[in-house]
Design a protein around this ligand. Structure first.
Ligand SMILES: [Cu+2]
Length: 159
Protein backbone atom coordinates (compact mmCIF):
# COMPACT_ATOMS: atom_id res chain seq x y z
CA UNK A 1 0.00 0.00 0.00
CA UNK A 2 2.80 2.42 0.91
CA UNK A 3 4.52 1.56 -2.30
CA UNK A 4 1.41 2.26 -4.34
CA UNK A 5 0.93 5.67 -2.67
CA UNK A 6 4.52 6.63 -3.42
CA UNK A 7 4.07 5.65 -7.02
CA UNK A 8 0.88 7.68 -7.41
CA UNK A 9 2.48 10.76 -5.85
CA UNK A 10 5.48 10.57 -8.12
CA UNK A 11 3.29 10.11 -11.15
CA UNK A 12 1.19 13.13 -10.18
CA UNK A 13 4.16 15.34 -9.40
CA UNK A 14 5.64 15.20 -12.89
CA UNK A 15 2.76 16.61 -14.94
CA UNK A 16 1.87 19.14 -12.21
CA UNK A 17 5.26 20.82 -12.09
CA UNK A 18 5.30 20.79 -15.87
CA UNK A 19 2.00 22.64 -16.10
CA UNK A 20 3.17 25.17 -13.52
CA UNK A 21 6.23 25.86 -15.65
CA UNK A 22 8.53 25.37 -12.70
CA UNK A 23 10.47 22.50 -14.21
CA UNK A 24 13.13 24.96 -15.30
CA UNK A 25 15.66 24.24 -12.59
CA UNK A 26 17.81 27.37 -12.87
CA UNK A 27 18.88 30.12 -10.53
CA UNK A 28 18.92 33.39 -12.43
CA UNK A 29 21.50 35.90 -11.26
CA UNK A 30 21.46 39.61 -12.06
CA UNK A 31 19.84 40.27 -15.45
CA UNK A 32 20.54 43.66 -16.99
CA UNK A 33 20.27 45.57 -20.21
CA UNK A 34 22.08 48.77 -21.18
CA UNK A 35 19.80 51.68 -22.12
CA UNK A 36 19.25 52.03 -25.87
CA UNK A 37 21.47 54.61 -27.58
CA UNK A 38 19.92 57.18 -29.89
CA UNK A 39 19.57 55.59 -33.33
CA UNK A 40 19.83 52.08 -31.91
CA UNK A 41 16.36 51.88 -30.45
CA UNK A 42 15.22 48.93 -32.57
CA UNK A 43 17.80 46.49 -31.21
CA UNK A 44 18.35 45.72 -27.55
CA UNK A 45 20.70 43.46 -25.70
CA UNK A 46 20.46 41.77 -22.31
CA UNK A 47 22.88 39.86 -20.12
CA UNK A 48 21.93 37.12 -17.65
CA UNK A 49 23.74 34.90 -15.22
CA UNK A 50 22.29 31.39 -15.26
CA UNK A 51 23.17 28.90 -12.55
CA UNK A 52 22.27 25.25 -12.87
CA UNK A 53 22.47 23.57 -9.46
CA UNK A 54 20.85 20.36 -10.72
CA UNK A 55 22.66 17.22 -11.71
CA UNK A 56 21.58 17.36 -15.34
CA UNK A 57 22.07 19.83 -18.15
CA UNK A 58 19.41 22.43 -18.92
CA UNK A 59 18.97 23.21 -22.61
CA UNK A 60 17.25 26.55 -23.19
CA UNK A 61 15.42 26.78 -26.49
CA UNK A 62 12.69 29.35 -25.79
CA UNK A 63 13.34 33.07 -25.47
CA UNK A 64 10.72 35.76 -25.73
CA UNK A 65 9.79 39.14 -24.31
CA UNK A 66 6.88 41.54 -24.69
CA UNK A 67 9.56 44.16 -25.44
CA UNK A 68 10.72 42.53 -28.67
CA UNK A 69 9.33 40.73 -31.70
CA UNK A 70 12.22 38.29 -31.78
CA UNK A 71 14.67 37.22 -29.09
CA UNK A 72 17.86 35.29 -29.84
CA UNK A 73 20.91 34.16 -27.94
CA UNK A 74 24.16 35.17 -29.59
CA UNK A 75 27.79 34.42 -29.01
CA UNK A 76 30.76 36.44 -30.24
CA UNK A 77 33.37 34.67 -32.31
CA UNK A 78 36.48 36.00 -33.97
CA UNK A 79 36.87 35.21 -37.66
CA UNK A 80 40.17 34.55 -39.50
CA UNK A 81 40.61 38.30 -40.10
CA UNK A 82 40.25 39.02 -36.38
CA UNK A 83 36.81 40.57 -36.82
CA UNK A 84 34.32 39.87 -34.06
CA UNK A 85 31.08 38.43 -35.39
CA UNK A 86 27.86 37.50 -33.66
CA UNK A 87 26.55 34.00 -34.10
CA UNK A 88 23.03 32.86 -33.23
CA UNK A 89 22.69 29.83 -30.96
CA UNK A 90 19.63 27.64 -31.52
CA UNK A 91 19.97 26.34 -27.97
CA UNK A 92 21.88 27.46 -24.91
CA UNK A 93 23.08 24.63 -22.69
CA UNK A 94 23.71 25.29 -19.01
CA UNK A 95 25.74 22.23 -17.96
CA UNK A 96 24.91 20.42 -14.72
CA UNK A 97 26.28 22.18 -11.63
CA UNK A 98 27.61 25.07 -13.70
CA UNK A 99 27.07 28.78 -14.15
CA UNK A 100 26.91 30.54 -17.49
CA UNK A 101 27.51 34.28 -17.19
CA UNK A 102 26.64 36.47 -20.16
CA UNK A 103 28.63 39.66 -20.59
CA UNK A 104 29.44 42.36 -23.15
CA UNK A 105 31.74 40.93 -25.80
CA UNK A 106 30.57 37.39 -25.05
CA UNK A 107 27.28 35.56 -24.78
CA UNK A 108 24.26 37.84 -24.86
CA UNK A 109 20.53 37.95 -25.48
CA UNK A 110 19.60 40.00 -28.55
CA UNK A 111 16.22 41.68 -28.79
CA UNK A 112 15.00 42.52 -32.29
CA UNK A 113 12.25 45.04 -33.02
CA UNK A 114 12.95 46.18 -29.52
CA UNK A 115 10.60 48.66 -27.88
CA UNK A 116 13.08 51.02 -26.24
CA UNK A 117 10.51 52.67 -24.00
CA UNK A 118 12.22 51.67 -20.76
CA UNK A 119 14.48 54.17 -19.06
CA UNK A 120 17.48 53.48 -16.88
CA UNK A 121 16.34 52.08 -13.55
CA UNK A 122 13.23 50.47 -15.04
CA UNK A 123 12.90 46.80 -15.86
CA UNK A 124 11.16 44.52 -18.35
CA UNK A 125 10.31 40.81 -18.41
CA UNK A 126 12.18 38.22 -20.42
CA UNK A 127 10.96 34.64 -20.63
CA UNK A 128 13.40 31.79 -20.96
CA UNK A 129 12.52 28.14 -21.20
CA UNK A 130 13.34 24.63 -22.19
CA UNK A 131 10.97 22.07 -23.76
CA UNK A 132 9.16 21.52 -20.44
CA UNK A 133 8.69 24.90 -18.87
CA UNK A 134 9.66 28.50 -18.76
CA UNK A 135 10.62 31.16 -16.29
CA UNK A 136 10.18 34.93 -16.23
CA UNK A 137 13.30 36.97 -15.65
CA UNK A 138 13.15 40.65 -14.70
CA UNK A 139 15.76 42.54 -16.70
CA UNK A 140 16.98 45.75 -15.11
CA UNK A 141 17.92 48.62 -17.43
CA UNK A 142 21.25 50.03 -16.26
CA UNK A 143 24.44 51.43 -17.75
CA UNK A 144 26.84 48.77 -16.48
CA UNK A 145 26.85 45.25 -15.08
CA UNK A 146 25.66 44.91 -11.48
CA UNK A 147 28.49 44.23 -9.01
CA UNK A 148 27.17 40.78 -8.20
CA UNK A 149 27.21 39.81 -11.89
CA UNK A 150 30.96 40.31 -12.01
CA UNK A 151 31.42 38.61 -8.64
CA UNK A 152 29.56 35.55 -9.89
CA UNK A 153 32.18 35.11 -12.58
CA UNK A 154 34.50 32.39 -11.39
CA UNK A 155 37.40 34.01 -13.25
CA UNK A 156 37.24 37.32 -11.38
CA UNK A 157 40.32 38.01 -9.29
CA UNK A 158 40.32 40.43 -6.42
CA UNK A 159 43.35 42.62 -5.80
CU1 LIG B 1 23.95 39.76 -30.90
Amino acid sequence: MTRLTAFVCLWLAIPLTSVAGSTLDLEIGPAWSPPARPGQQSVGVAYLTLQNTAGSDVVLTQFHSPKAKRVEVHTHTQDAQGVMRMEKLDALTIPANSTVAMKPGGLHVMLFDYKADVKEGASFPLFIGDDLGEKAVEVLVRASAPESAAADDGHTHHH
